[in-house]
Design a protein around this ligand. Structure first.
Ligand code: PEP
Ligand code: MG
Length: 591
């Protein structure tokens, strides 16, 4: 299959320099670099004219910087300070004298003379060993660009000209560009260039807008008006996300906005209830770049690695080695003790259909996930081989999505067994006892959970799809969002049935749908006796906090009470009331 068969969703990894998540509309800030051309000066008169031109441009540049500073609301922060630094560079005696000298000595125009001065500075800075200090050449270069723009005499676009609420995408941004974002409607930015210690990064952090730099080719992938997600915490940018991904990131954003210092302090304490019941708390990730955030927020394992993005936006399908390298990075991630790798949930609307895959009327109920894998077995095998090879590097489990019946497990296990044998006979080390689990996200799987439990090592309940299928609500359709109720009595009964079936068969039952990270649901899930909860990293501190301040006994009582209600709204109100009374003091949240 080629790139054309995949949707044009694009995911890029860069350096997250300012945390937070923004979903918005792209504005490509495309300030053309000034191309310095060389021309030779013939006489003393033209030399004097060139020096005059330089002085004028220096004056204009200083005024430009002072105007930016004057327009800042915050007069004390890092922004005005950096503008002062740039003004200092601009007025540096040696900087100016050198440039003037270049004009006279080499008989070159001001642009070329300035370029020579900057090159000289670059040579000097290149010799500096300290990363931070070496990076300061960027400030000299930014100042150089301002002067070059003013020498060119052309009108250039300014950040302050942008009036809409947008996410800026640019090749590079200077600190002077970035400071202006504080007073404008700029929601975040993503750039091709830039590093962690750049002043642009420091400014972004200080004004608190999500930013990812060093993306190398983001400007080549977007147009003004495209939808973009900038995850400054993980350093990931997603262009043209599908509605499901947007939803997931909206959820992450919500958690980010309510994160509190107090919760973070205790995020690493174990998730054990007051009466000693331990819950395995893991993180849901899509990119390996999210691992540091997962660990920082209190996960010691990955409960759901959605591997879809390994496939998306690729020239070719990922090789076994590429898969392996991703899985090793997850398993060997600092602070990660275990990882559940879900085989890819692609297919349906995530493939464009010229590979003989018919365009489907109902892609979410179409040829996706395990169904697709069992038809495209060679593709499936590549991923499975990589997971099996990765299994010797740590505690790894395989998670199969969208299982609807026993046959799919039998077929998938046969393929896994076949690969195990191939690898073993080829002398490639694997963990023969790797745990194989399934997602419970299709209603039929709930009904026959007892039969499925006999054939796998663990369950992970995917409430995102389970609610969608069980309540017949398209999970990304805004018009029926009001019906999407995790606390619907039918859903609670289904979860109970799955947990009971799993426990009767002696296997663990976890949950990895968004419900697992919804703090309002935490006591209910404790009452339901889930063994593990995996969620978006930012949800972890609060959920762990609630677990640590709960008892299973009390949660079971609450569950029993709510099970007597017949509507989701009654249950929700009752739980809200319970949570407000019990948790609002130390864990305030707008339930
Ligand atoms: C789910 O359906 O709950 C789930 C975790 O999987 P995804 O959101 O990737 O479909
Ligand atoms: Mg799902």
């Amino acid at each position: 299959m080629s790139k054309n068969e995949l949707k044009t969703i694009v995911a890029l990894r860069g350096i997250g320099v300012s945390p937070g998540i923004v979903i918005g509309s792209v504005y490509v800030f495309n300030r053309q670099d000034v191309k310095e051309t060389l021309y030779k000066l013939s006489d003393g008169e033209s030399i004097s004219r060139e020096i005059e031109r330089l002085k004028k441009a220096l004056g204009k540049s200083e005024q430009e910087l002072l105007d930016i500073k004057g327009g800042l609301k915050d007069r004390e922060g890092i922004g005005p300070l950096l503008i002062d630094v740039h003004v200092m560079i601009l007025n540096d005696k040696a900087f100016i004298e050198n440039t003037i000298k270049n004009i006279g000595d080499h008989r070159v125009n001001a642009e070329w003379a300035l370029k020579m001065t900057i090159s000289k500075h670059r040579e000097m800075f290149d010799k500096i060993e300290d990363d931070y200090l070496r990076e300061r050449i960027r400030d000299v270069e930014y100042v150089g660009q301002i002067i070059q723009r003013n020498l060119s005499g052309k009108i250039h676009e300014k950040i302050s000209d942008i009036r809409e609420e947008v996410v800026i995408v640019a090749k590079d941004l200077s600190p002077a560009d970035t400071v202006q974002m504080a007073t404008r409607k700029i929601m975040g930015f993503a750039t091709d260039m830039g590093g962690k210690t750049s002043h642009t990064a420091i400014v972004a952090k200080s004004i608190g807008i999500p930013a990812v730099v060093g993306l190398e080719k983001v400007t080549g992938e977007v147009n003004t008006g495209d939808t973009i997600i900038v995850d400054g915490t993980a350093g990931v940018v997603i262009i043209n996300p599908d509605p499901e991904v947007v939803k997931r990131y909206e959820d992450k954003k919500r958690h980010y906005l309510v994160m509190e210092e107090d919760l973070l302090k205790d995020a690493h304490l174990p998730a054990v209830t007051v009466d000693g019941h331990s819950v395995g708390v893991g993180a849901n990730i899509e990119f390996i770049e999210e691992i540091p955030s997962a660990v920082f927020h209190g996960a010691n394992g990955i409960g759901l690695y959605r591997t879809e993005f390994i496939y998306i936006n690729k020239e070719q399908l990922p090789s076994e080695e590429e898969h392996l390298s991703n899985y090793k990075k997850v398993i060997e991630g600092e602070g990660i003790k275990w990882a559940t790798i879900r085989t890819f949930d692609l297919g349906g609307d995530k493939f464009i259909s010229d590979a003989g895959l018919a365009k489907e009327m109902n892609p979410v109920m179409g040829l996706r996930a395990i169904r697709f894998c069992l038809q495209e077995i060679e593709l499936f095998k590549v991923q499975l081989r990589a997971i099996l090879r990765a299994s010797v590097y740590g505690n790894v489990g395989i998670l199969l999505p969208m299982i609807s019946g026993v046959k799919e497990i039998v077929d998938a296990r046969n393929i896994i067994d076949e690969i195990k044998e191939e690898l073993i006979s080829g002398g490639i080390p694997i963990n023969k006892d790797i745990k194989i689990g399934i997602m419970i996200e299709v209603p039929s799987a709930v009904i026959i959970a007892d039969q499925l439990a006999e054939r796998v090592d663990f369950f992970s309940i995917g409430t995102n799809d389970l609610i969608q299928y069980a309540l017949a609500i398209d999970r990304v359709n805004e018009r029926v969002t009001y019906l999407y109720e995790p606390l619907h009595p039918a859903i609670l009964r289904m979860i109970k049935q799955v947990v009971d079936a799993g426990h009767n068969a002696g296997i663990k039952v976890a949950m990895c749908g968004e419900m697992a990270g919804d703090p309002l649901c935490t006591p209910i899930l404790l009452g339901l006796k889930l063994d593990g909860l995996s969620m978006t990293p930012l949800a972890i501190p609060r959920v762990k906090n609630i677990i640590r301040n709960s008892t299973v006994g009390e949660s079971e009582k609450l569950l029993k009470e709510v099970m007597a209600f017949s509507t989701a709204s009654e249950i929700k109100e009752y739980v809200k009331d319970y949570m407000t009374k019990k948790f609002s003091e130390f864990c305030p949240v707008n339930w």
